[in-house]
Design a protein around this ligand. Sequence first.
Ligand code: OGA
Ligand code: NI
Length: 340
Amino acid sequence: MASLVSTWSSNVRSLPKNFVVPLEKRPGKPIPICKDIPVIDLGDSTKHRRADIVQQIIKASQDFGLFQVINHGVSEKMMIDAITVGKEFFQIPVEEKEKFCAESGENGCRVYTSSARHMTQDFKYWKDSLVHRCHPLEEYIKIFPDKPAQYREIMGPYSVKVRKLGIKILDLIYEGLGLTEENFDNYDLLLMIHNYPACPDPSLALGIDGHRDGNLVTILQQDVYGLQLFKDGQWLGVEPLPYAFVINIAFALEVISNGKLKSAVHRVITNSDCSRTSLANFVNIASDEMIEPAKSLISPSSPPVFRSFQFKEYLQVLSRNNSDSEATFQYFKIGSQDSK
Ligand code: OGA
Ligand code: NI
């Protein structure tokens, strides 16, 4: 039987050996919250304000690859309900929860410990995740968990709203990059609900190691501190602001922007006081579409920095690289030693 960390973690007093991460990956000394990470107010998009919002988003995406948004159109009630039901999923009876651990393919609903793509590693991350696609909702709501009882009625509308927010943010980013050829409605949405239980020894464990997301943008809701951003050679703490979403620029968008925007390298640390829940909403290009530097950003003086690929090729390369997102990044970068 698969055994999820959330099922047994409260019974252990020390960190099981297979969750001890290698020395060089350990979190090290406590990292303070960084107050410089931009918080962007998306409310009031009158014409003048809109230009200002576009500027702020582009600057944050260049400087940090990550920012937070407030007044984003998803109601406080919807956010509380979503994170509450996400947390509750990990508290339903073990047998119910572990039903989802069976292999159900890319289009099913999966639950696993650590990371689905890190199976070959000899250590595990201190987290459980529930993963399913959300769009189109009519097609996928059937595969959403049916427990807790309100899961579908809460997560259905939440996913629609969050996807709309993703499209709005992409729209603002494309405007800022001067792109007009991108289409704005054919996006996928994948939801991952992560549960990082209170950890007996946060200094030896990790929730998830440093990585870049592979999609376009990730819209993240979090309850307690744990997320860190790697910038200029150091880790910075990302503040869990009530009712804000963390937006991080992911790899496919860095490629489309031809390197003008930076995808964020981020990780999650654990803590010993309480469990942490996050809802990571991955907005992505449809899986059969080409990801490539936008034609209007290419010129003799600005040659392509990445080669073209389909998202499924990205996943293959990531898997071949044992989920090392840095090696995968280099593979698609033109002129890098690893690119083919
Ligand atoms: C992810 C991720 C961060 C978090 O799912 O890719 O980085 O706070 N999650 O759970
Ligand atoms: Ni991530």
